[in-house]
Design a protein around this ligand. Structure first.
Ligand code: UTP
Length: 306
């Protein structure tokens, strides 16, 4: 049964290996790569904070301690900034940092899949609904995606996934939903399919990396068999949960960037720079110049002639 408890906690699974971004992610977690002037993970934590989340749960792995450091108070840095009279910078850092006791870190000892990473947070979450944000998906919109989902959850309870339209030719790459009747600012989900074979997809609405889930998911994850890629898949457990619990969808209308892919990460940098009033004009004129001048690199032939 769904509980009516409010959504107070959010899980950020950051234990993946980021193989699509090697060699950058050999020693630096992909969640710490910067979009403009802040790490990707900061955007996602800010989105959760804006949605009223009170406790931030990070599922980390080896080589990820820098994420914990990023959300900690850097006493020496603060002292130096204070001595230099840099009060704006101090205020900015303070506003981004979880308050004492608001963040928990737990380790996924081996990257056994997203479902397994979520399961690692079970004791910290306890018996209440929680938000799950995939930290490599960052979003640009007037209202944060998770805020709208939390609003919807106040009306519907149950489980909620955010969805977005994708190119109908690409549905076989994503988790896709079948849309049912409208409710509040969302709708019922009739069915979910993971990577439907081409020509069989019920829609082009894909699950974009934001979820509100009931704690019952943990029991299902506990005995979830490995699925695609030999990993414990969250979607497999969600499909089992959907047999006994309501699932609702929220159609997100902003832009999402997959910062786990190189193209998505570069697009995010451009889009967020163009969004910033302090940099937009300069960045736009730099991009226009580059678009006119830079052609794909071709190595000069080293063959001897004559
Ligand atoms: P991804 O599949 O996008 O991340 O998982 P990845 O495995 O790190 O990336 P590639 O494919 O090798 O480049 C989505 C999110 O789930 C986390 C990842 O850190 C990422 O934020 N994840 C994935 C875990 O925490 N543990 C896992 O075992 C797998």
């Amino acid at each position: 049964m769904s509980s009516d408890k409010p959504v107070r906690k959010a899980v950020f699974p950051v234990a993946g290996l980021g193989t699509r971004f090697l060699p950058a992610t050999k020693a630096v977690p992909k969640e710490m790569l910067t979009v403009v002037d802040r790490p990707v993970i900061q955007y996602v934590v800010d989105e959760a904070r804006e949605a009223g989340i009170e406790h931030f749960v990070f599922v980390t792995g080896r080589n990820k301690t820098v994420i914990e450091d990023h959300f900690d108070l850097q006493v020496e840095l603060n002292d130096t900034l204070e001595k230099r009279g840099k009060t704006d910078e101090i205020r900015q850092l303070e506003s981004l940092q979880p308050k004492p006791g608001q963040a928990s870190f737990t380790r996924q000892q081996a990257p056994l899949g997203l479902g397994h990473a979520v399961w690692c947070a079970r004791d910290i979450i306890g018996d209440e609904p929680f938000a799950l944000l995939l930290p490599d998906m960052i979003m640009q919109s007037a209202d944060s995606c998770l805020s709208s989902m939390v609003e919807l959850h106040k009306k519907t309870g149950g489980n909620i996934v955010a969805v977005e339209e994708c190119d109908p030719a690409e549905t076989h790459k994503y988790g896709i939903i079948d849309r049912g009747e409208d409710v509040g600012n969302g709708f019922h989900i009739n069915d979910m399919v993971e990577k439907p074979p081409q020509g069989t997809s019920p829609s082009n609405l894909y699950i974009n990396g934001r979820y509100i889930l009931q704690p019952e998911i943990f029991k299902l994850l506990e005995n979830q068999r490995t699925g695609a890629g030999g990993e414990i898949q969250l979607t497999d457990a969600m499909l089992r949960l959907a047999k006994t619990e309501d699932f609702f969808g929220f159609h997100f209308q902003g832009r999402t960037f997959d910062c786990g892919s190189k193209e998505g990460f570069i697009a995010a940098n451009v889009a967020f720079a163009l969004w910033r009033p302090d940099m937009a004009d300069n960045v736009r004129s730099e991009i226009e110049k580059l678009m006119a001048e830079v052609k794909p690199f071709e190595r000069r032939s080293t063959e001897r002639r004559g």
